[in-house]
Write a protein that binds this ligand. Structure first.
Ligand SMILES: *Cc1c(COP(=O)(O)O)cnc(C)c1O
Length: 960
């Protein structure tokens, strides 16, 4: 027995999978004596950090959760009546446990590989159908980041669609949420769009305007009838965006029925916790005629190789990876998991259930309103759905004090108070509020005849705006109202999707590492999930502590002076960082600096974000080794030195190599008056070994959903905070509602001050439990695992690009272009991998016709071996096609993936056996994952776009 009373279990050994023995074997396969030798050969000496990271000692999982309980207790969970786009609600437990808290859902990747993603594709199609039905529009996307940025995307879409190129004014109703106006300000400036903020009732519309935006019900809670305004706008060719409350649309005439061109909003109140700001899914719906201009991902119906119903992402040619700086938006990671939950919430409650929820909220709001009116408070909202508004005159102070005493948060604004009710509000809550409003006037509830008031409750929605059209009539919203049906539906969809629960997802640039359970658990603790983002500061001490620690730690890791935790994705981080650079130049009277140099190998979001920041993209060449062509860079930097804004560079490069010239590259940019923006997607190869600041960058975003363990959620959520050097700190994004502003803050880039704050807990946990040594080891093992795969596969697939010592960083590119001569495409390999139980690596990024593999430190050696075995076996299958022993068109690769239906059919006419089709290697039998459909037909679905759940009868027509 080992009486080791000092023993503490290290989380590091759970996160980093290879043990001592495996490590030794892997090092010997690679041909080095130690991990440090490998790192020396990989990371150039001149960029290595001299000192270890200065971070608190690593905590065990058990200790971390105990300590976090302390922090959590500093958050005060009040009843929130603040509204403003964030509402308490009830996450149906069947959805909470089986989706939100279920790695089978949250560890999925964006559904690029449709055949092993049909579950989430269906769930997202349900979401789109729900949005289309509730808004009364024709087409919807599969989520955006938040309501504010969705409104900004709508503004930009209207701007791109404008017929009159001189029109540059956007009318903004003064009665939309302040954080939305703030984001419109940020996003309009680079395009030279002028915002005209005013009242929709008095504004004189004219032909300088290309678009307008109003809110329904308005930011103050009023249910306006905008149909006349819509007609006036349309007469002048002005398109109209409506920001709508999704729940209210179950009882209000949908904007699609009175003239909206675009409808956006948040689906947060459909079962998603407030989480101090997020994550939540925003929606975007519009008319069919604008589909090609729509931002974000769209799920569409198509057919598979057998002609069966199949789903996949549609119209992808709009997106940044193809259109670069001409893309409809820079949205990459969105809010898939939350959209899936919101869609399930609608399926669980159905049209009637949602109507009941909305009806009760409205009834209680009416009751509260009439009670307070009875007490002779001055009601300001003659019409409303869930938000009442009173002028308190000189009673604001006492009402505020009473609200706090009763653990209620209201939205106070001068002498006005707004009170928004939600799904969790009970009649007892209403009574409590009435009681203290009465008390302040020296009266009491008994005098009020509350029972009579209850009997007298009536609708305060204008009769002409009461919804008469049906919605959510599709069976999916009507067949899952018992918990068993819901549970089985969720599980049936989950079973179609490959996630990290099944096998490694070796996606280069996406870093699909472990999302540890301990990191995930606190996200749903009430002290974190039930906090409104605009709650008073003295109620959020726990969050402030966590966010400030995370800010410090990420600053230490990046070497920067400070972070902004606001951006909701990597691409939003890019945009935020570029806007900060823009503000810095402007502050120095360098308004003209608007050229951004971007290497040809950059991720599509880079040029797309640059365009949004009003910059002009100049592409820099790469040399034959995949490195930035330093001569070309110098030439272009000098050529544009008077107007140079910045360089966007990914490090290690998108080719998975630590370029030795990086320091020189940064110097060249600085000498020519530019700033260096580093895309931090590859931070998993840097942490603890080097840092963006030490290399010479001025700004960098971190994809917390890559390097720092936030799960991908099937396409979001994510977080993309930015770190900046000292001279840029004054310009970090601010916020209108919550004061986080520095001297020269740019306006907000996200609706909430700290973005999707609740999932920042995940990264906080990761860093706290790994400590400096653990984090550095994670980087080393990420590099070890990648080089191990490289050494096992390089005799079978040429590995494109490596460092001067022949090493890759944390990922590598396998060149598959030579197989083209036999008709074997990289997609065929990707699809065949499914038969072997694996998700494909990144396909055709950054080089067309290649696969980029990134194993991460969290994969054990035997999983890497299974993957390598699969790749080697596939290489042998390719050889059969290359030599002509297998048919060029009808072979095991072209027919992949093989479904159980195909393999077990009575009819089998293939040249190879069923056994080889489905069980090509022995390990597969242990846990076979069956793709639920055959290969999707990509073009079929784009020709006839269907983006909502088709009626059941239509499924059979698809085969035609
Ligand atoms: C993932 C990625 C991005 C985009 O990040 P999102 O969070 O998806 O917006 C940008 N650049 C690179 C190199 C990436 O890998």
């Amino acid at each position: 027995m080992n009486l080791n009373i000092d023993f503490k279990e290290k989380f590091e050994s759970r996160h980093i999978a290879p043990d001592q023995e495996a490590t030794t074997q892997m090092l010997s396969q690679i041909g080095v004596d130690s991990l440090d030798e490998l790192i020396q050969q990989t990371v150039p000496a001149q960029i290595r950090l001299k000192e270890p990271l200065n971070l608190p000692a690593a905590k065990s999982e058990f200790d971390y959760l105990n300590d976090l309980r302390q922090a959590a207790s500093k958050n005060k969970v009040f009843k929130s009546f603040i509204g403003k786009g964030y509402y308490d609600n009830i996450t149906p437990p069947v959805i909470l446990r089986n989706i939100f808290e279920n790695p089978g859902w949250y560890t999925q990747y964006t559904p690029y590989q449709a055949e092993i993603s049909q579950g989430r594709l269906q769930a997202l199609l349900n979401f789109q159908t729900m949005v289309i039905d509730l808004t009364g529009m024709e087409i919807a996307n599969a989520s955006l980041l938040d309501e504010g940025t969705a409104a900004a995307e709508a503004m930009f879409m209207q701007y791109s669609l404008r017929k009159n190129q001189k029109a540059n004014v956007f009318f903004v109703s003064e009665d939309i949420f302040p954080q939305t106006i703030d984001i419109l300000r940020t996003r309009s400036a680079p395009y030279g769009i002028e915002l005209l903020v005013g009242s929709h009732e008095t504004v004189e519309l004219d032909d300088r305007m290309f678009g307008a935006i109003v809110q329904y019900p308005s930011g103050k809670g009023i249910v306006y009838n905008y149909s006349d305004f819509a007609s006036k706008a349309h007469a002048l060719n002005i398109k109209l965006t409506v920001v709508a409350d999704i729940l209210s649309l179950t009882v209000l005439t949908p904007p699609g029925e009175w003239g909206a061109d675009i409808v956006v909003g948040s689906t947060q109140r459909f079962g998603i916790p407030m989480g101090f700001g997020g994550p939540h899914a925003a929606f975007f719906a519009t008319k069919d005629e604008y589909k090609r201009s729509m931002p974000g991902r769209i799920i569409g119906v198509t057919v598979d190789s057998s002609g069966n119903y199949a789903l996949r992402m549609a119209l992808q040619t709009r997106e940044q990876h193809i259109r670069r700086d001409k893309a409809t938006s820079n949205i990459c990671t969105a809010q898939a998991l939350l959209a899936i939950m919101a869609g399930m919430y609608a399926a669980y409650h159905g049209p009637k259930g949602l109507g009941n929820i909305a009806g009760r909220i409205h009834g209680l709001a009416s009751l509260l309103a009439s009670s307070l009116e009875e007490l002779e408070y001055k009601q300001l909202n003659l019409t409303f759905f869930d938000t009442i508004r009173f002028d308190l005159g000189n009673l604001t102070g006492p009402i505020h004090a009473e609200a706090i005493n009763n653990l209620c948060n209201f939205d106070f604004n001068g002498s006005e108070v707004c009170i928004s009710l939600d799904e969790t509000t009970s009649i007892e809550d209403v009574k409590t509020i009435v009681r203290f409003f009465a008390k302040v006037k020296g009266r009491n509830l008994n005098e009020l005849n509350f029972e009579d008031l209850i009997l007298g409750v009536s609708s305060r929605i204008p009769a002409e705006l009461e919804r008469s059209s049906t919605f959510l009539t599709h069976p999916v919203f009507n067949d899952h109202h018992s918990e068993h049906e819901m549970l089985r539906y969720i599980k049936s969809l989950e079973a179609k999707d490959l996630s990290l629960c099944h096998s490694m997802i070796p996606l280069g640039s996406c870093t699909m590492k472990l999302n540890a359970t301990t990191e995930m658990i606190p996200v749903t603790w009430a002290e974190f999930s039930k906090i409104h983002p605009f709650a008073p500061t003295d109620q959020v001490g726990g969050y402030m502590q966590i966010l400030s620690e995370l800010n410090d730690w990420l600053s230490e890791i990046t070497g920067f002076a400070a972070m902004s935790l606001q951006p909701n994705s990597g691409a939003q981080g890019e945009y935020a960082g570029l806007m900060v650079i823009r503000a810095y130049h402007a502050d120095r009277n360098d308004h003209h600096r608007n050229i951004v140099l971007i290497p040809s190998s950059a991720h599509g979001t880079n040029p797309a974000s640059a365009a949004m920041a009003g910059m002009k993209v100049v592409v820099v060449k790469c040399d034959e080794n995949g490195n930035i062509d330093v001569e070309d860079l110098k030439t272009k930097a000098v050529q544009h030195k008077d107007d140079l804004s910045c360089l966007m560079v990914t490090y290690p490069s998108t080719h998975g190599v630590f370029e030795e010239s990086i320091i020189e590259i940064c110097e060249v940019i600085h000498e020519n008056g530019g700033q260096v923006y580093m895309d931090g997607a590859n931070m998993n190869a840097q942490v603890g070994l080097t840092s963006p600041a030490s290399i010479g960058a001025d700004v960098c975003h971190l994809n917390l959903h890559k390097t720092f363990c936030i799960p991908h959620g099937g396409g979001g959520p994510g977080m993309g905070p930015i770190g900046v050097a000292k001279h840029l700190v004054p310009f970090l994004p601010g916020h209108t509602v919550v004061d986080i502003n520095n001297d020269h803050s740019i306006p907000a880039v996200s609706a909430a001050p700290w973005g999707s704050a609740s999932i920042l807990l995940i990264s906080h946990a990761y860093i706290a439990m790994m400590g400096a040594e653990g984090l550095t080891n994670a980087t080393k093992y990420a590099i070890l695992n990648a080089n191990y795969i490289k050494s096992r596969l390089e005799d079978h697939y040429p590995v494109l690009y490596s460092g001067s010592m022949g090493r890759c960083a944390h990922e590598m590119i396998l060149d598959c272009r030579s197989f083209k001569s036999a008709g074997v495409e990289v997609t065929d390999i990707a699809k065949r991998l499914m038969d072997y139980g694996f998700h494909a690596p990144t396909v055709s990024f950054p080089v067309a016709g290649t696969l980029m593999v990134e194993p991460t430190e969290s994969e054990p050696k035997h999983e890497l071996d299974r993957f390598c075995d699969a790749m080697i076996a596939i290489r042998a299958e390719i050889e059969e096609v290359l030599t002509g022993s297998a048919d060029k068109h009808n072979n095991i690769l072209k027919n992949a993936p093989h479904t159980s239906a195909v393999v077990t059919a009575d009819n089998w006419d293939k040249e190879y056996s069923r056994q080889r089709a489905a069980f090509p290697l022995p390990y597969i039998a242990e846990r076979k994952f069956w793709p639920s459909i055959g290969r999707v037909n990509e073009t079929h679905g784009d020709r006839t776009l269907i983006c909502s759940c088709p009626p059941i009868e239509a499924y059979s027509e698809l085969e035609a």
